[in-house]
Design a protein around this ligand. Structure first.
Ligand SMILES: [Fe+2]
Length: 357
C-alpha cells in the first residue's frame, strides 16, 4: 500500500482505504478496482490523494485505532448533533455518551498506539473527521495523563462537540477564503460561547463537558478567546483540546489553505509550547502521532527514494523505509528496508507527493 496523488491514478489500480462522502457514508470502498469513472468521481469530489494496493510494499491495510463500525457511528452521531433541528433535543445525549464509552474501551485496550493519520479527507467532510480525530487525540492524551473513566468520558464528549457553536455561525464566514473583517472574526469567536450554551442548556451536559467548548480557543499567554484567560485559569481538558484541535486543523485541507504534513504540524506545536500550548500536554501528544504515516513516499539524505512501511513508537521520526529507487534514480531490483532507528546516518529529508513506479 502506498499513497499516490489522484492525478497519477490509473485504471485497475486497487484502492486501499475507504473514501467517505460529505455525510460520512462510504463513497468508494477499499478493495475497489479503479475505473476512469471512479477516478473522475473522486476528482469531482475534491479528493487529492488516495492509497492504493502496491506489490512493492507488503502492507495490505493499516489498522485504524478505532473500528470502521465506530467510525461510522461517530459520523452519524456528529451529523445529528450538528443539525440545527436537533439542537433542542436531548435524545442524542445518551448516544454520545455510549459512543465515547466505546471509543475509550477501544483506545485503552491498545498499548502503544501510533496514529497513522491516513484517512482520505476532503474539504466537504472536514467536520466529521475533525470531530472524531480531535476526540481520539484528546482521549489518548487523557489516557496518558491517567484520567479516570468519568473524566475521560467528559473529555471525549466535550471534544466531540467542541465546535458545536459553529452551527449558528453563517457558513459563508466559516469558509471565507479571503481575510476576515473584524466583525466576521468576532462572530467566529462567538462559537465558543454559543457552544457552551448549547451543551449546557440544550443537551444538558455537565459543566466539565460544556466548558471544553467555551475554553478550547484560550491560550496560555492570554492571546486566545473568548476571555483571554491565562495558564491556570484554563481547565486542563480545554488545554488538551486546544492542542488536538490545532494539530488536526493544520493537517486538514480547508477552503482557504492546503494542509500541512504531520511533521511540519508537530514542529508548529513544539514551537508554540508555553506561549500557546501546555508543553507537558504537547510532550504526551507527540508520542502517538506518526510524523511519517505508513505508505508515505519519502526521500532520504542519500537521495534514495522509498515508502514508509513501519512506524516505531519509540522513534516517531525514524520509521522503517522501503527503498525503491537508488541515489541515481534507478529502480532497485531487490527488497531493501532501512530501519532509521538503527541506522543513524540515514534520515528523511522530505516527504514526496508521489513516487512514480
Ligand atoms: Fe473551535
Amino acid at each position: 500500500m502506498r499513497r499516490i496523488i489522484l492525478k497519477n491514478a490509473k485504471e485497475n489500480m486497487i484502492l486501499a482505504k475507504d473514501i467517505y462522502s460529505e455525510d460520512g457514508k462510504i463513497l468508494v470502498a477499499s478493495g475497489q478496482k479503479l475505473t476512469s469513472s471512479i477516478i473522475k468521481r473522486l476528482k469531482d469530489f475534491g479528493v487529492y490523494d488516495i492509497y492504493i494496493v502496491d506489490d512493492n510494499t507488503d502492507i495490505v491495510e493499516i489498522e485504524d485505532v478505532i473500528t470502521k463500525e465506530i467510525k461510522e457511528e461517530a459520523f452519524r452521531v456528529v451529523n445529528t448533533a450538528f443539525s440545527l433541528e436537533y439542537i433542542n433535543s436531548q435524545e442524542i445525549t445518551p448516544e454520545i455518551r455510549l459512543l465515547i464509552s466505546k471509543i475509550i474501551s477501544q483506545l485503552i485496550e491498545q498499548k502503544e498506539v501510533v496514529l497513522n493519520l491516513c484517512d482520505i479527507r476532503t474539504v466537504g467532510n472536514y467536520t466529521l473527521f475533525h470531530s472524531l480525530n480531535t476526540t481520539v487525540f484528546a482521549l489518548l492524551v487523557g489516557i496518558k495523563l491517567n484520567y479516570d473513566y468519568d473524566k475521560l468520558l467528559a473529555l471525549g464528549m466535550g471534544t466531540l462537540l467542541h465546535d458545536i457553536g459553529k452551527v449558528k455561525v453563517p457558513k459563508t464566514i466559516l469558509s471565507k477564503k479571503g481575510p476576515l473583517q473584524e466583525k466576521e472574526y468576532e462572530m467566529i469567536k462567538m462559537h465558543t460561547i454559543i457552544g457552551y450554551d448549547i451543551l449546557n442548556s440544550e443537551y444538558k451536559f455537565e459543566q466539565q463537558v460544556a466548558e471544553i467548548a467555551l475554553y478550547h480557543h484560550e491560550r496560555l499567554d492570554g492571546s486566545g478567546y473568548p476571555f483571554g484567560k491565562t495558564r491556570d485559569e484554563i481547565p486542563q481538558t480545554a488545554k488538551i483540546v486546544a492542542v488536538a484541535d490545532v494539530f488536526d486543523t493544520l493537517v486538514s485541507d480547508r477552503e482557504f489553505r492546503k494542509r500541512l504534513k504531520p511533521h511540519i504540524a508537530v514542529e508548529y506545536l513544539l514551537n508554540s509550547c508555553s506561549t500557546h500550548f501546555d508543553s507537558y500536554i504537547v510532550s504526551k501528544f507527540v508520542t502517538f502521532i506518526s510524523l511519517f504515516p505508513i505508505g508515505t513516499p519519502v526521500i532520504l539524505n542519500t537521495r534514495e527514494k522509498g515508502i514508509v512501511v513501519h512506524n516505531n513508537p519509540k522513534f516517531p521520526s525514524r520509521p522503517i523505509v522501503r527503498v525503491l529507487y537508488d541515489s541515481e534514480g534507478r529502480k532497485l531490483p531487490y527488497k531493501k528496508d532501512i530501519d532509521l532507528a538503527l541506522n543513524f546516518h540515514y534520515y528523511i529529508v522530505d516527504v514526496l507527493e508521489d513516487i512514480e513506479l
